[in-house]
Design a protein around this ligand. Structure first.
Ligand code: ISE
Length: 340
């Protein structure tokens, strides 16, 4: 029997997941959809043969829904996740799990009360083949002990012309770096401080956004992490990462494309969107999630991982407002979330 998925949020990301479920992921079907924009939700429902349910909480309670996927507006993630968990349903929530660490803690509380892991966060980079290989290289000890991580996260421009605030650089985009860095250097190594530094802003980002931003993190084990987020880089979607160890360095490869030499240039394409760059990761992420729901054992990124990322984002905000290096004080990881 296929897993029946109810979908909340049928914008760009939601549609991408729904299309993957429809076309390349066996074992699941979208049975119900909801979105704040009724006309978009109705059109998506019709295209995938699902029912449009006007109230998201009715969708969560529906008998036609075994598991809930959330890809709605970031500030709504907490409420929908808690409601799905309280209904005893498996839930896949896009990042960020919540805009605030307090919101993540409330989700963790609900999940612990439910007695077993029900939630997975959409940190899809953990399913990307290049990041997985980079992690293996580090875990094997090929570059020795990790000392420094350098990473850049550049968007051509915000997707669909979305309005971006300076806080979203950390809460919406850099959360990926906060999470994937732990995946690379060891999930047990959490962060102890954050500093956000704003250089002069691009002429193209508007007056309300500081862009780019630089973030410096320090981990419990003394690793230094140096990050750049740039929403309006204007040349492509460019994600880079290099880990420096005491024996050598390891870098994420640049996706390869045909090289053209012409008119004194040596050029190849840079992908424009994250859907293209991480297309394979989104498919693997859903395949593995659906298999784990069917087995009843969720192993993907947890609410704890979502909490760590949100706590770092909150410290970045404070650092931006105060100009200080901000200590990050996390709660102790509950045994419930410790990885075996
Ligand atoms: C977007 O929401 C994503 O999740 C993308 O992976 C990220 O690169 C982009 O910056 C975010 O806005």
């Amino acid at each position: 029997m296929p897993l029946r998925i109810g979908f909340i949020g049928t914008g760009g990301m939601g549609q991408h997941h729904i299309e993957n479920i429809r076309s390349v992921i066996p074992g699941a079907q979208v049975t119900a959809v909801n979105d704040a924009d009724e006309s978009v939700a109705r059109a998506v429902a019709q295209s995938c043969g699902a029912r449009y349910i006007p109230d998201p909480y009715d969708l969560i309670r529906s008998d036609e829904v075994d598991a809930v996927m959330i890809a709605s507006w970031d500030p709504t993630h907490e409420g929908f996740s808690v409601a799905a968990i309280e209904e005893g349903k498996y839930v896949f929530c896009e990042k960020p799990l919540s805009d605030t660490p307090e919101g993540c803690l409330r989700i963790m509380e609900a999940e612990q009360k439910a007695g077993k892991r029900l939630l997975q966060v959409g940190f899809m980079r953990r399913f990307d083949a290049d990041y997985r290989e980079l992690r293996e290289v580090i875990a094997r000890g090929d570059i020795g002990i990790p000392l420094v991580v350098h990473a850049q996260h550049r968007n051509l421009a915000p997707a669909g012309g979305a309005k971006i605030t300076s806080d979203m650089s950390a809460t919406n985009a850099l959360v990926h770096e906060f999470d994937i860095t732990r995946f690379l250097i060891g999930d047990d190594d959490t962060y102890i401080s954050a500093q956000l530094v704003a250089p002069r802003s691009s002429r193209f980002c508007g007056d309300d956004l500081i862009d780019p931003q630089l973030v410096y993190l320090e981990t419990k084990n003394g690793v230094r992490v140096e990050l750049e987020i740039f929403w309006y880089c204007r040349y492509g979607y460019d994600i880079r990462c290099e880990v420096v160890g005491d024996l050598g360095t390891a870098s994420l490869p640049t996706p390869s494309h045909t090289v053209v030499r012409r008119d004194g240039l040596h050029a190849s394409k840079i992908v424009p969107t994250w859907q293209e760059r991480f297309g394979g990761a989104y498919v693997t992420e859903l395949r593995e999630w659906i298999a784990s729901v069917q087995e009843g054992v969720i192993t993907g990124p947890s609410a704890w991982d979502g909490y760590v990322a949100s706590a770092v984002a909150a410290a970045c905000r404070k650092s931006r407002l105060t100009g200080q290096i901000v200590p990050i004080e996390l709660i102790d990881c509950p045994a419930f979330y410790k990885k075996p």
